[in-house]
Design a protein around this ligand. Structure first.
Ligand code: CTP
Length: 413
């Protein structure tokens, strides 16, 4: 199915989503979900089963969505009296959240005895994807009947978001709870991204490194890790299997990304090198410390009363990007350069010095910790600037650039 991406600065801008609610306590999260989808730019038409109306009122959902809620297949407001046909024809997706065990079972049997299952059955399968966010007790989720039904729903073309794991309304703990509203929003945003890196494995370094002086002190830098984490998210959204090796940062792991936390440059090197050859792409965004204290003190260094500062000696850290670029079966390597001046010249020189096909330059001090940036892409063919934007938009653009280069015959560095 080809899904055109509308031009909008918002990730769901121009999208029209039919949000279906079946019966479950997770309906309370659907109210927030409407808000999240709207904030992301979508318009939302709510459809509720009778059971859903027991958990949250259509009044609430109408007030939040700004559109009258459809609850009845016999609703005569539609001029042709065919809400079940009309609703899906203009929709970019039907998202059922919560999708109860019973509702999923009905979908699998092709039953259509109320408006939401009728709508799902009547949707044009090739044009209107069906997305399910299951919500149920853990025993119901584990039950062989539910396992069968989920497998059947997927075989019939549905996409399943979650479920999450944790505390359940019934007091039990386990798999089956509906994802949070923000998680469902992010799954939906990812769903609509073109799968340019499907089947690819992408390895990314991000953040600063921390080089210990003693057990309580160390040397680090101002890198926030935001650009690397945004690239990890964008690559995953594009269908890649992503491994993110992160220095010490306080950022949430993007969904479905495998994260390995490290502290020092040497640890980052030791985590990356064994993995690199098994990946198709390596993106080195980390601000790796060039030097580390030659020997970290085992105990906290104390003042000796003389007023003299301790003398620190440094050793050079391994260059992770250069080491990966030297591997005989190296992945497609993308380096980053954080410069304070002469960006284009430094980026060109660094690309050749590191022996990588693509080098991404940015002005370091101006971008550290910020949510936006601008990038300069330098490869063997020349340079291309990506104008200022938020880091996630830039990351998606960079993913498109990388995917295009993977498809093209490899030009040597
Ligand atoms: N890099 C790395 N390992 C290091 C140092 C840098 O993998 N020990 C990677 C960075 O992740 C980045 C690129 O190399 O992708 C450029 O890093 P940078 O520190 O800007 O360049 P240097 O080679 O250290 O050059 P200089 O400090 O002179 O600018």
């Amino acid at each position: 199915m080809s899904i055109p991406v509308p031009h909008s600065p918002l990730p769901l801008g121009g999208r029209h989503i039919v949000l279906g609610l079946s019966g479950g306590i997770a309906c309370y999260k659907s109210a927030e979900l409407v808000r999240e989808l709207q904030r992301a730019g979508a318009s939302v038409q709510v459809v509720m089963t009778e059971a859903a109306c027991r958990f949250i009122t259509p009044v609430t959902m109408q007030a939040l969505s700004g559109q009258s809620v459809v609850t009845d297949q016999w609703d005569a407001r539609e001029p042709n009296n065919m809400a079940h046909i009309n609703l899906s024809r203009g929709a970019d997706a039907i998202l059922v959240a919560p999708a109860s065990a019973d509702f999923i079972a009905k979908l699998c049997q092709g039953r259509a005895d109320e408006v939401l299952s009728l709508l799902c059955l009547a949707r044009p399968v090739g044009a209107c994807p069906l997305l399910l966010a299951p919500a149920m007790n853990r025993e119901m989720w584990e039950h062989p009947a539910t396992r069968r039904n989920i497998a059947q729903a997927v075989a019939d073309g549905a996409t399943v978001f979650g479920p999450g794991s944790g505390d359940q309304a019934c007091g039990e703990v386990g798999d089956g709870r509906m994802l949070e509203a923000t998680e469902i929003r992010d799954e939906l945003i990812a769903f609509f991204q073109p799968k340019l890196l499907a089947g690819r494995r992408v390895l990314i370094t991000a953040g600063p490194t921390f080089e210990a002086i003693d057990p309580v002190r160390g040397i680090t830098n101002l890198s926030s890790g935001k650009m690397g984490f945004a690239i990890a998210r964008a690559a995953q959204e594009a269908g890649a299997e992503v491994t993110l090796v992160a220095g010490p940062v306080h950022l949430a792991t993007p969904r479905h990304v495998q994260r390995i936390d490290v502290q020092s440059a040497q640890q980052m090197h030791d985590a990356v090198l064994p993995l690199a050859a098994a990946h198709d792409v390596f993106v080195a965004t980390a601000a790796v410390a060039d030097w580390r204290p030659a020997s970290a003190a085992g105990e906290k260094i104390k003042k000796d009363g003389s007023g003299a500062a301790p003398a620190l000696r440094f050793s050079e850290n391994p260059d992770i990007l250069a080491a990966v670029a030297r591997l005989p079966d190296r992945p497609y390597c993308v380096g980053f350069a954080a410069e304070s001046h002469d960006l284009a010249r430094h980026a060109r020189e660094k690309r050749l010095r590191k022996n990588v096909p693509l080098l991404v330059g940015n002005l370091g001090p101006a971008t550290f910790g910020r949510d936006d940036n601008s990038l300069l892409l330098v490869d063997a063919d020349g340079e291309r600037g990506l104008p200022p934007a938020d880091k996630l938009s830039l990351a998606r653009e960079l993913v498109r650039e990388i995917a295009a280069r993977l498809r093209a015959p490899l030009v040597s560095a």
